[in-house]
Design a protein around this ligand. Structure first.
Ligand code: AMP
Length: 147
């Protein structure tokens, strides 16, 4: 059987991705794989001085980053026990692009994601990070759907 030596797990901190994490974590432990946990801060539309001139965009950005770091820290504290072979990454951008970019940079052997299985208008409006990653990834992708 092929070994997984690096696993990229992407989280938006939803219940969905938490469930997917259990699979990523189990596999990482089984293969003693490096587990990379990525969260992508959805790149905000550039509001700089356009709609809300009184708000400092830099300040807002910094607060968003700090909030994401706190969430990541809490996530790892509650979900990871006695496993040190992991790292966390927080970047800003378009989630599927950043996930794919990281996977290629790190040459990971597996990507693990949640999926909501949106359909109809929801799917049309919001698209699907999971679907885009599955379509474009050059490495295997595991998606876990919350039933
Ligand atoms: P979606 O297709 O948008 O419902 O998202 C499916 C899965 O993609 C989530 O369960 C996460 O595993 C991953 N994902 C979505 N958004 C992000 C994000 N901003 N950062 C990291 N992973 C994400």
């Amino acid at each position: 059987m092929k070994q997984f030596d690096k696993i990229l797990f992407a989280t938006d901190f939803s219940e969905n991705s938490e469930l997917a994490f259990d699979h990523a974590y189990t596999l990482a432990r089984k293969f003693n794989a490096r587990l990379i946990i990525i969260h992508v801060i959805n790149e905000p539309v550039d509001l700089r001085g356009f709609y809300v001139p009184h708000i400092s965009f830099e300040k807002l950005e910094k607060e968003i980053e700090e909030g994401a770091e706190k969430m990541m820290e809490k996530f790892c504290r509650t979900k990871i026990k006695d496993y040190t072979n992991y790292e966390t990454v927080i970047v800003a951008g378009i989630p599927y692009e950043e996930i794919l970019k990281k996977a290629e940079e790190e040459k990971v052997s597996l990507i693990v994601l949640g999926t909501q299985g949106r359909s109809g208008i929801d799917h049309f409006l919001f698209g699907s990070t999971a679907e885009r990653v599955v379509r474009k990834s050059i490495c295997p992708v595991m998606t876990v759907r919350l039933s």
